[in-house]
Design a protein around this ligand. Structure first.
Ligand SMILES: C[S@@+](CC[C@H](N)C(=O)[O-])C[C@H]1O[C@@H](n2cnc3c(N)ncnc32)[C@H](O)[C@@H]1O
Ligand code: SF4
Length: 359
C-alpha cells in the first residue's frame, strides 16, 4: 500500500509546495485529525457526448439552484477548502473542456493544490494542452472505452506527458469493457500512463467486473479511484473527500447522490463537519458496497452466504442503505440513493429475494 501511495504521489505532485501539503495531510489523517483532502468539482453539466451509462444527467435533474460555478465561485470555494486542508481537486462535469474559460478555472486553483481534470478527449488539441499545462494542471484523466474510442488519441495523451501532465486512462469496470481495459493497461505500460477503474453506478443491470478488478487492483499501473486514498481499504468519500456539483450542492462522491448542503447557503466547513461526523465510523471499501470484499464482509456480518453474482444487479439482499447515515443524510430532491434503496426493497417484497449461494 505504501508503494502504491508513493506512485500516486508521483503521479499528482508537481512542486515542493504540493509535496509539503500532501505529506502534512497524510500525517493529519493518520493521526485521526479531521481534515479534507480531495474535492471533486463539476464545473458544467453540458456535454457534447451522450453516453448511455452517464450519471451526470441524473445529477443535473436533481439540482434546485441554477448553475453558478463561476471562476470567482471556484476561487472562493478553493480558498475555503484549502483552509480545511485540501490537497487535491478533480475537475469534472459534464465535459469540462466545453467551457471556454476552463484555463481560468484551472488557474484559480491555488498552486500548492494538485489539480486533475477528467475529459472525454473529444475537444482536446495540442494548443489546449499547452494552455492547461501553463494554468497548472497536474493530471488529465482521459476516459477510455467503447464510448470514447473515436475520440481518444494516443498521440495527444503522449503529448500531455511531454508537457508534464500525467495521464490516467479512466475506464468503467464492467464485463463488456474487459478488452478495452486490458488494452488500456498495455498502453499504460508502454507510455507511462496509469489506469483508473471507475466503480459503475448501477445501471441496466450491466455487471460489475469484480473478478477482473481484483485481478488488476495491485497491478503497478492501476490507480486508486481517488488520487489520494484514505488508507487501507477505507473509502475517503464523505470524510476526506467531497463532491461539489455545478450548482454548489455538496455530496460524498459522484456515485451517491445524497446532498448534505449547498456552498451558496452555508460555510463549507459546516457542511464538511456534518458529513465527516456521519461517515468517519462507516468503514467500507466503497460506500456503494458493490465490491467483492465488501460483499464478503456483509455476508460475514449478517451470517448469510449470498452469491457474488448479485453484485451490480438491482437485487441487493443486504439493503445496504436501510437505516444507514446515507439515508439520514439524503435531502429530498436528491433522490438517487433513496430510489436505489426503494427499488431494492420493492424487488425483495415481490418475492425476488435471491437464493443463497451454494458455494
Ligand atoms: C461523468 S464523466 C465527466 C467527465 C467527462 N465528460 C468524461 O466523460 O470523461 C467522469 C467519469 O465518470 C465516468 N462515468 C460516467 N458514468 C458512469 C457510471 N454510471 N458509472 C461509473 N463511471 C461513470 C466516465 O467514464 C468518466 O470517466
Ligand atoms: S462524455 Fe462524460 S459527461 Fe459526457 S455523457 Fe459521457 S460520461 Fe457523461
Amino acid at each position: 500500500m505504501i508503494k502504491k501511495a508513493f506512485k500516486q504521489f508521483r503521479l499528482g505532485v508537481k512542486s515542493p509546495g504540493q509535496a509539503a501539503r500532501v505529506l502534512a495531510s497524510e500525517a493529519k489523517m493518520r493521526a485521526g485529525v479531521r481534515t479534507l483532502r480531495s474535492l471533486e468539482l463539476a464545473v458544467t453539466w453540458i456535454c457534447n457526448l451522450d453516453c448511455a451509462f452517464c450519471y451526470a444527467e441524473d445529477l443535473m435533474k436533481a439540482q434546485k439552484k441554477p448553475p453558478n460555478m463561476t471562476v470567482d465561485t471556484v476561487r472562493k470555494l478553493l480558498k475555503d477548502a484549502r483552509d480545511l486542508g485540501l490537497i487535491h481537486v478533480n475537475i469534472t462535469g459534464g465535459e469540462p473542456m466545453v467551457r471556454s474559460d476552463i484555463y481560468d478555472v484551472v488557474d484559480a486553483i491555488p498552486k500548492d493544490i494538485v489539480c486533475s481534470l477528467v475529459s472525454n478527449s473529444t475537444l482536446l488539441t495540442e494548443d489546449k494542452i499547452d494552455k492547461l499545462a501553463e494554468a497548472g494542471l497536474s493530471t488529465i484523466q482521459m476516459s477510455y472505452g467503447d464510448y470514447y474510442l473515436k475520440a481518444f488519441k494516443r498521440d495527444l495523451a503522449r503529448y500531455c506527458v511531454e508537457k508534464g501532465i500525467s495521464v490516467t486512462l479512466s475506464v468503467v469496470n464492467i464485463k463488456s469493457e474487459r478488452d478495452n481495459i486490458k488494452y488500456a493497461f498495455e498502453m499504460a505500460e508502454e507510455d507511462d500512463f496509469s489506469v483508473l477503474f471507475n466503480y459503475p453506478m448501477i445501471y441496466n443491470n450491466v455487471g460489475v467486473d469484480s473478478e477482473y478488478y481484483w485481478k488488476m487492483r495491485y497491478h503497478p499501473r492501476c490507480r486508486e479511484d481517488n488520487l489520494f486514498w484514505s488508507g487501507k481499504d477505507r473509502c475517503p468519500a464523505g470524510t476526506h473527500k467531497l463532491y461539489v456539483t455545478n450548482d454548489g450542492d455538496v455530496m460524498t462522491c459522484d456515485r451517491i447522490h445524497a446532498i448534505y448542503g449547498n456552498i451558496h447557503d452555508e460555510p463549507l466547513a459546516d457542511i464538511h463537519k456534518r458529513m465527516y461526523d456521519q461517515f468517519i465510523k462507516h468503514k467500507s471499501f466503497c460506500l456503494l458496497e458493490t465490491c467483492t470484499d465488501q460483499w464478503r464482509i456483509n455476508n460475514e456480518k449478517s451470517g448469510h452466504n449470498y452469491s457474488e453474482e448479485l453484485i451490480g444487479t438491482n437485487d441487493d439482499p443486504f439493503n445496504v442503505f436501510e437505516g444507514t447515515k446515507l439515508m439520514e443524510g439524503s435531502i429530498e430532491g436528491s433522490t438517487t440513493a433513496k430510489q436505489m434503496h426503494a427499488s431494492r426493497v420493492q424487488s425483495t417484497k415481490q418475492g425476488k429475494e435471491p437464493e443463497p449461494s451454494k458455494s
